[in-house]
Design a protein around this ligand. Structure first.
Ligand code: GDP
Ligand code: IMO
Ligand code: MG
Length: 422
């Protein structure tokens, strides 16, 4: 099975980085296909913690790592992570960056911040890293791509075109200060030297690797419920994290994907605004947050915590074509005597459904129908195989697998690379 997509099955922060890092040990290539430095992937190896925002998680093990055309790149973050790799003894030459990826420009960050402020109570709760505005400019065809930096003349022209519009917006709509063409041009032309060594034909590279029978991982950032088309719009990110985003974002055909591994926590978290039916009410939410260390990697915000939502997961299985699941952070649930799991949603008219609502207002009004599973009340530190888990923990995993009709291939019982049971 050479081509595997690893996709977040919930609202992000499922532990994708950790799972990708583990699978990277037996892979030849790891490819990020969308998103940018809004991602925060934490990887713990040999007591050392990595927090990656822009780079694919394969870099930690020195595996060749592609940043595909579907990504947006903040050159400052990219360069700082290149330096981090070098500092930690990993040759940054493992990174290959698509020239078609779009750049996050300083005005994208300013607009992201200003538009969130403007939305006030209706804000999305973005990471304020310029993601939405960068993807919007890509769609409007006034974006600036990595390859533009490599030609100073073209770069100047593109910045000039973009600024003619952006400065008007900034000054007149957001009452913010505009940007100076010469200053931005000089700064970004300066990145050419740092970016050029990494730029390559990533579509060709991945195609050739697949033809040679190499094992290729596609790493999604964000997650299914944050997908621009199929997530909980407008409380989503501006790209397509779902599995079909992988061939689009990399530049290969959909027939090349062999399997889709969904990553889901044993419970759910969400950062930012938007409806969240299985969100825990009362002090247990803070308890779960503390036990799971649920604070954002990028923004430091508290993550909202909820019990496992099988309606949302069933939907993730559908829209991604998930062939198996990795369930992470099972160890975090060890203290609870009872574990509510949301098996269906109850609609406003009192009817119950196992399917994710197709319309936003139905989702807003959905309330969870719970099934109470038994907790195990003992730490999972000792277990080295699934068979060694306490019976109630095994039953929890089996219940989820049966409800979804998908095998659970990996179970995470700790943050470090080796704490995954297969
Ligand atoms: P990602 O964005 O999907 O890569 O996930 P994050 O890295 O943002 O958040 C997951 C957090 O949980 C990180 O701090 C991981 O180190 C940690 N983690 C991952 N898997 C496990 C697990 O099985 N058990 C525990 N206790 N922590 C885990
Ligand atoms: P990883 O890859 C969790 C959320 C933000 C906000 C919404 C839009 O670590 O799982 P954006 O800045 O993308 O325009 O914000 O999406 N969000 C994430 N939540 N994990 C992430 O990444 C996220 N990336 C974006 O909180 O609600
Ligand atoms: Mg994260």
């Amino acid at each position: 099975m050479p081509a595997t997509v690893v996709v977040g099955a919930q609202w992000g922060d499922e532990g994708k980085g950790k799972i990708v890092d583990l699978l990277a040990q037996t892979s030849d290539l790891v490819c990020r296909y969308q998103g940018g430095p809004n991602a925060g992937h934490t990887i713990v190896v040999d007591g050392e913690t990595w927090k990656l925002r822009q780079m694919p998680s394969g870099v930690v093990s020195g595996t060749t790592s592609v940043i595909g055309a579907g990504c947006v790149v903040d050159p400052e973050v990219f360069v700082s992570e290149v330096d981090l790799l070098a500092e930690r003894g990993i040759d940054p030459a493992v990174v290959v960056l698509s020239g078609n990826a779009h750049l996050i420009m300083p005005w994208h960050v300013t607009i992201d911040q200003a538009s969130e402020r403007r939305l006030g109570k209706l804000q999305i709760g973005t990471t304020r890293r310029g993601i939405g505005p960068a993807y919007a400019d890509k769609a409007s065809r006034i974006g600036i791509r990595v390859q533009d930096v490599l030609d100073a003349k073209i770069l100047r022209q593109k910045i000039e075109v973009a600024l003619a519009e952006k400065n008007l917006w900034l000054e007149r709509v957001y009452e913010a200060e505009g940007f100076d063409l010469e200053e931005i041009w000089a700064r970004f032309a300066g990145y050419a030297e740092r970016l050029a060594p990494f730029v390559g034909d990533t579509s060709l590279l991945v195609d050739e690797a697949l033809r040679d029978g190499k094992r290729v991982l596609f790493e999604g950032a964000q997650a299914t419920m944050l997908d621009l088309d199929h997530g909980t719009y407008p409380f989503v990110t501006s790209s397509n994290p779902i599995a079909s985003g992988a061939p689009t974002g990399i530049g290969i055909g959909p027939t090349r994907i062999d399997r889709v591994l969904g990553v889901a926590k044993a419970y759910v978290t969400r950062v930012g605004e938007g409806p969240f039916p299985s969100e825990i009410e009362g002090p247990l939410q803070a308890r779960l947050r503390d036990l799971g260390g649920e604070f954002g990697t990028v923004t430091g915000r508290q993550r909202r915590c909820g019990w496992l939502d099988l309606v949302a997961l069933r939907y993730a299985v559908r829209v991604n074509g998930i062939t198996s699941l990795a369930m992470t952070k099972l160890d975090v649930l060890s203290e609870f005597a009872e574990l509510p799991v949301c098996v269906r949603y109850r609609s406003r008219d009192g009817s119950e459904t196992p399917h994710f609502p197709a319309h936003q207002s139905d989702f807003h009004h959905a309330t969870p129908v719970w099934e109470l599973l038994e907790g195990w009340r003992e730490p999972l530190e000792e277990a080295t195989t699934l068979a060694e888990l306490p019976p109630a923990a095994r039953a929890y995993v089996e219940f989820v697998s049966q409800e979804l009709g998908v095998p659970i291939e990996l179970v995470g019982v700790g943050a470090s690379r080796e704490r995954v049971l297969a």
